[in-house]
Write a protein that binds this ligand. Structure first.
Ligand SMILES: [Zn+2]
Length: 313
């Protein structure tokens, strides 16, 4: 073969390699990389921890009764109905002389965030801080104090007084009373405290889900909007206040007990397999993607551009 021809071939190969590094197709952008929402009305697609958000709106950074913090993280986008709900919640708090700091809502197109959070994917979740320091920088504020002593799993005290007080009760109750709210995640010790101390007016405890963490902030989750046909909600919470043995599921002793049982079972399984090796199974076929998964994949393909201003009539 002619030398110059070979050189041309080599150059062409190099161009192809540069255009498609590692010979692969260009990968779609990840949800955490988007700066702008997609055009159109808001729609939650998929599940709270495995979905996305079309047509997100930007939450104003400050409104009556609330202020967003750490907006540099770009997680102040949400469903239009959540934005309206949060504005109303702020007003209801202000009427009681309260104001709150709001942390993460969702990303411009929802989806998985780059750290910590697994939910908040569909524009229906939001984090509210229990405390509101008097003076602070909303961008650099470090986490407000926990209301629970994380070591003893008892409610935290300061100067012989409980940190948890009337303010926190009102924040939770106002949210839980709202029909749009599906559930609220709080630390299990906070729910236990409320179960033990509230003697009347306790029906709203139904919506408080005892969880791990959530001792400096609580997490509000709204129902799927009726119009969003591909939004996947959660099974309803069982009736009642939930002041029962399930309350302690996240407690230290219960967690350690679960780990112990899981280890024992794994050991037993390994012994059984060693004695009685199972026949190799044919490889399982990957299930077809769901409608919500296909729609979220489509959302990743829409260019990341600022929204066109829609003319208002
Ligand atoms: Zn959260």
């Amino acid at each position: 073969m002619h030398r110059p021809f070979l050189r041309v071939l080599r150059i062409l190969g190099l161009i192809a390699l540069l255009a498609h590094p590692f010979g692969a197709e260009a990968k779609p952008k990840k949800f955490a990389q988007f700066k702008f929402p997609s055009q159109g009305p808001s729609e939650s697609i998929g599940g709270y921890a495995s979905g996305c958000l079309a047509g997100a709106v930007e939450m104003p950074k400050k409104g009556i009764g609330y202020q967003m913090i750490r907006t540099k993280r770009h997680r102040y986008f949400t469903h239009s109905q959540t934005a309206a709900w949060l504005a109303d919640y702020g007003k209801a708090l202000k009427a009681q002389g309260l104001e709150v700091l709001v942390g993460d809502l969702s990303q411009p197109r929802g989806g998985l965030m780059s750290n910590r959070h697994k939910s908040h994917q569909t524009g229906l979740d939001l984090d509210v801080w229990f405390e509101r320091p008097k003076e602070f920088n909303p961008e650099t504020l470090s986490d407000p104090p926990s209301l629970v002593n994380r070591k003893t799993e008892e409610m935290a005290m300061r100067d012989g007084k409980l940190l948890f007080g009337e303010r926190h009760l009102k924040l939770l109750k106002t949210a839980a009373r709202s029909p749009e709210v599906d559930r609220i995640f709080v630390n299990w010790a906070i729910k236990r405290h409320l179960c033990n101390t509230l003697k009347v007016d306790r029906d709203w405890l139904h919506k408080l889900r005892p969880w791990g963490g959530h001792d400096a902030h609580f997490h509000i989750r709204l129902h799927c909007p009726d119009s969003d046909v591909d939004c996947i909600g959660q099974p309803p919470i069982k009736p009642g206040t939930g002041c029962d043995e399930d309350l302690e599921w996240f407690s230290g002793p219960r967690k350690r007990e679960r780990t112990r049982i899981a280890k024992e079972e794994a050991k037993k399984r390994a012994e059984e397999i060693a004695l009685n090796p199972p026949k190799p199974k044919p490889p399982r076929k990957k299930p077809d993607p769901t409608r919500a998964e296909l729609r979220c994949a489509e959302l990743l393909q829409i260019p990341d551009k600022p929204l066109r201003k829609q003319s208002r009539k």
